[in-house]
Write a protein that binds this ligand. Sequence first.
Ligand SMILES: [Ca+2]
Ligand SMILES: [Ca+2]
Ligand SMILES: [Ca+2]
Length: 204
Amino acid sequence: MRIVVLAVLVAACGFQVRASSTDDAAAGDDGAGPGPGSDGAMPDAAIDAMVDAAIDATPLLPCPPAPSGCTQFTCSPTACHYVCNDKRGWTSGRDRCVSLGLGCIATIEDSAENSCIVGATLPSFAAGTSVWFGFVQAASGTEPAGGWGWQCGSSSFVAGNWGTFEPNNSGGNEDCGLMIEGGAWIDGDCSTQARYVCELSRLP
Ligand SMILES: [Ca+2]
Ligand SMILES: [Ca+2]
Ligand SMILES: [Ca+2]
């Protein structure tokens, strides 16, 4: 009887040891699972892929047809750009973007967007075909370079692409962003009559 009891205890002990060993292996296992760093649930990469897929599946809003006098062009998948050819002062152009349903006077995020606008509008101060965009100087800004910012949204492209010797506040009255040859920016007299670039987000 004692032998039988002892055998049962040994067997139970052995089982416990094996069970314990199995538990340890399960808790510490990372090789057969999703990979290093995994918490054992879903790998981070899989979660990222699901989020990306959800964003990709979000339908972008269509670009409205260009109104008369304006031409639509594309600089990014998530925005519609327009250049409107009825020359106006900066403020009037800004307001016209809104009233036409074309978003807002354009905010330039980077040099690629700057180049895209150049390609689509071929701005030239000499030819009288420069274009207004959404850069404007606050009245409180220190002349000539202080207080410049974007009318709509935000952009880290603040230094942007100022032309040589610009901004210079020539004549003491240049507070609006005008794009000229090669995409260079100048501070222009806001009452200058020029074309203007509007930008509408396609994100829902
Ligand atoms: Ca933009
Ligand atoms: Ca100024
Ligand atoms: Ca200037």
